[in-house]
Design a protein around this ligand. Structure first.
Ligand SMILES: CCCCCCCCCCCCCCCCCC(=O)SCCNC(=O)CCNC(=O)[C@H](O)C(C)(C)COP(=O)(O)OP(=O)(O)OC[C@H]1O[C@@H](n2cnc3c(N)ncnc32)[C@H](O)[C@@H]1OP(=O)(O)O
Ligand SMILES: NC(=O)C1=CN([C@@H]2O[C@H](COP(=O)(O)OP(=O)(O)OC[C@H]3O[C@@H](n4cnc5c(N)ncnc54)[C@H](OP(=O)(O)O)[C@@H]3O)[C@@H](O)[C@H]2O)C=CC1
Length: 535
């Protein structure tokens, strides 16, 4: 593909209302773009930004599968009519004509794209953004390989047959090499070749795959990070034929600025834990307060990805460039501090019908974690289920708590380590951008104010995930006050009962008790006597 281009890759910067138009936005005008994973968290934000900044783009092809009883068209309709796309409709009123949903299933070896659709994609596509993946940590290796490795290979094969293709941008993860502490902008090889893994998945049965999975993933924590690393190797193997770049985001969180702050639509990463903490289910996590919380807003990832698409197409770097999209070395935040910020946000923006008052303790001690799990997580769930049973309702809290603790245990790996990612390419790209591009496609996280971001994140979780109205905030605050009083009352009762039992059984406890009562009495008498003397 390299060197096949006949088009003008350096469009003249245009002027819009006295301001020079963004070069990147101008670059995407008139382009046919293929996005995989466009129905996902990052894909939607990427597509929204493209339509908003380059309304003159020709078409966005999205590979979609029917899901949850919805047809392709219904899925697209739902996305275009969501809050996220409100601004797009103003700048690009015919957006529905510019989006073309193509049936595809990345679980199928040939991606299940029809002949006609494939022909159109091959002849028209200018740029590919490959976002689709399974992001589940515990996916069966066969499924994770199919989506994160084989599907990537199939897509690259298609890309190599696209005569107009200018750039192929692959979205990986900054954690694909999380077994290392310092990660450079290079592709690290896995011991077993991806082609061998793909082949073996075809003939090994599930039981044998289960057996060899721990050996294959080695010192990585899950099949997700392992298969994303294999996916990168596949990309590297095709890089001599294609103009490719890889973007590696860290933990992707709610939007920072665009199209508005705090937008989020799934429970992955921190979002689910914010709900669990805000509703009072999760009160302690095994996490290192001083470890870097490498969160990156989803709009920052979209901006960097679009800038990478432009740079790769225009400059055609000789080798595959890798861009780390991380916050740690530009503007670090730490889990302990983030925990405080989330709690502070709950004070202002409490969630409705909380189970207990929000509290979050990051602890590194395994015994403390087990204590918290027993006393603060499982015991209240058992008591609540007992109450549900007594009132003739179905118990559910213990089951919910068990699933939550399982989820937390899977995220713990990322809460107890810090990584260093080199960011030379990302910084180089930033310096290549014109001031207007730096403004429109901002990925400079040094400007991010964490306190403000976290507050908007919590607000976004409340509005877009929990669908709670801000009008309910006073009632939610009232409910939390009631929970606090119940908490104090419960603790006092517990203390008195324990003490009473102790006094009944131990002479020593009785002596201590009499000593305290005697001391208090004497102190009060002295205080009374001295105040009478003053008068
Ligand atoms: C003040 C304290 C708070 C401070 C904030 C602290 C934040 C810490 C966040 C650390 C995150 C570290 C992430 C590292 C990401 C690496 C980057 C990537 O590339 S990775 C890309 C990112 N990938 C990921 O993040 C994937 C992580 N998730 C998974 O892999 C799977 O969901 C699973 C294996 C954890 C559970 O599987 P399984 O048991 O089969 O069940 P299902 O999947 O069906 O879900 C069961 C229930 O749990 C729900 N729920 C789901 N997620 C979360 C959550 N995060 N949390 C809570 N809840 C969650 C789910 O909605 C459902 O509820 P319901 O319907 O029953 O009511
Ligand atoms: N979220 C995060 O914290 C991070 C994500 N990343 C990477 O960013 C990319 C996007 O992640 P994110 O948006 O969060 O993930 P999502 O889970 O939100 O989206 C995944 C996308 O892939 C699509 N997909 C999955 N399986 C298939 C299939 N069989 N056929 C067709 N499409 C399929 C999904 O479609 P459908 O809607 O039909 O399920 C969805 O559009 C991924 O490559 C991920 O590895 C990297 C670092 C962190």
């Amino acid at each position: 593909m390299k060197g096949h281009l006949t088009r003008n890759l350096f469009p003249e910067p245009q002027k819009t209302k006295g301001r020079v138009m963004s070069t990147i936005a101008a670059f995407y005008s008139g382009k046919s773009i293929l996005i995989t994973g466009a129905t996902g968290f990052l894909g939607k934000v990427l597509m929204e930004k493209l339509f908003r900044t380059s309304p003159d783009l020709k078409v966005i092809y999205i590979l979609v599968r029917p899901k949850a009883g919805q047809t392709l068209q219904q899925r697209v309709f739902q996305i275009l009519n969501s809050k996220l796309f409100e601004k797009v409709k103003d700048v690009c009123p015919n957006v529905h004509e510019k989006i073309r949903a193509i049936y595809a299933d990345l679980n199928q070896n040939d991606l299940a794209i029809s002949k006609e659709d494939k022909q159109e994609l091959l002849s028209c596509t200018d740029i590919v953004f490959h976002c689709a993946a399974t992001v589940r940590f515990d996916d069966h290796l066969r499924h994770a390989v199919q989506l994160n490795v084989t599907a990537t290979q199939q897509l690259l094969l298609m890309a190599s047959q696209m005569p107009k293709l200018e750039a192929f941008i692959h979205i990986s993860t900054a954690f694909s090499n999380c077994n290392l502490k310092h990660i450079d902008e290079v592709i690290y090889p896995c011991p077993v070749e991806p082609k061998k893994i793909i082949d073996s998945m075809e003939w090994l049965d599930d039981a044998i795959i289960d057996e060899i999975t721990p050996k294959l993933i080695g010192d990585r924590p899950n099949t997700y990070t392992y298969t994303k690393a294999l996916g990168e190797m596949v990309v590297q193997q095709e890089s001599s034929n294609l103009n490719i770049a890889i973007v590696r985001p860290s933990i992707v969180g709610a939007t920072w600025q665009e199209p508005f702050p705090g937008w989020v639509d799934n429970l992955n990463g921190p979002s689910g834990l914010i709900i669990a903490a805000g509703k009072g289910f999760l009160r302690a996590i095994r996490g290192t307060p001083k470890a870097v919380a490498d969160l990156i807003p989803v709009d920052t990832v979209a901006n960097l990805t679009l800038a990478v698409g432009w740079y790769t197409a225009v400059n055609r770097p000789k080798s595959t460039l890798i861009y780390h999209c991380t916050s740690g070395n530009f503007n670090p935040c730490y889990w302990g501090k983030m925990g405080f910020q989330v709690l502070a946000a709950f004070e202002k923006i409490p969630f409705e019908r909380a189970f207990r008052r929000p509290y979050a303790d990051f602890t590194t001690n395994t015994i403390t974690t087990q204590y918290w799990n027993a006393v603060s997580h499982r015991a209240p769930a058992i008591i609540y289920d007992f109450y549900l049973r007594l009132t003739g309702r179905k118990p559910r809290m213990t089951k919910l708590m068990n699933r939550l603790l399982r989820t937390v245990s899977m995220l713990e790996y990322f809460l107890n380590r810090s990584w260093e990612w080199s960011t030379y390419n990302t910084e180089m790209l930033m310096s290549e951008l014109s001031p207007e591009d730096q403004r429109v496609f901002n990925f400079d996280v040094r400007q991010l104010n964490w306190l403000e971001y976290i507050e908007n994140y919590v607000l976004g979780v409340k509005k877009y995930l929990l669908k709670e109205d801000m009008a309910g905030v006073p009632k939610a605050k009232q409910h939390l006050k009631r929970l606090r009083n119940i908490h104090y009352l419960f603790n006092t009762a517990l203390f008195l009962i324990a003490w009473r039992l102790l006094i009944a059984r131990s002479q020593m406890a009785r002596n201590v008790w009499f000593f305290i009562v005697n001391f208090c009495y004497k102190f009060l008498s002295y205080f009374r006597a001295s105040s009478t003397l003053k008068v």
